[in-house]
Ligand binder design. Structure first.
Ligand SMILES: [Fe+2]
Ligand SMILES: [Fe+2]
Length: 137
């Protein structure tokens, strides 16, 4: 793991993706923080809309890196995963625009945390390790 971290430090593009991943969790923490504060529920949709904008910019960068270095099959599967998450974010925004309740914010936050944990710590981690390997070979 130490070796991976050193390589990440030396690679601007990969370090940049890594920073983005932390930022994605910051948005989800903001969402979690307002669940119990009913006066702040109005901010939930705005947080999600900013997350969509940020995530879109992130996936463009990430997909460019993948397309440059990884086999088509892996790239296509990963692009599909990004699309699934963009759909989930869109659905979440629609739900909250229709019914902005503490219950819905909590359900959506839990669902998004689960989804992004799986995406970032499992799939992105795997592709980043592949990228590092290829870039260093
Ligand atoms: Fe990804
Ligand atoms: Fe990512």
């Amino acid at each position: 793991m130490k070796q991976v971290d050193d390589h990440v430090k030396n690679d601007f593009d990969i370090k940049n993706l890594d920073e983005d991943h932390k930022e994605i969790f910051n948005y989800l923490e903001q969402l979690q923080a307002i669940v119990s504060e009913s006066k702040n529920h109005v901010y939930a949709v705005g947080i999600l809309e900013r997350l969509v904008t940020f995530f879109l910019a992130h996936v463009i960068k990430e997909e460019q890196q993948l397309q440059k270095y990884l086999p088509t099959g892996i790239v296509e599967a990963h692009i599909l995963l990004h699309q699934t998450e963009l759909d989930l974010l869109d659905e979440s925004i629609s739900t909250l625009k229709t019914k902005l309740t503490s219950h819905n914010i909590q359900i959506i936050t839990d669902q998004l945390i689960k989804e992004f944990n799986n995406h970032i710590y499992r799939y992105d981690r795997d592709i980043i390790q592949r990228l590092i390997k290829i870039k260093n070979s």
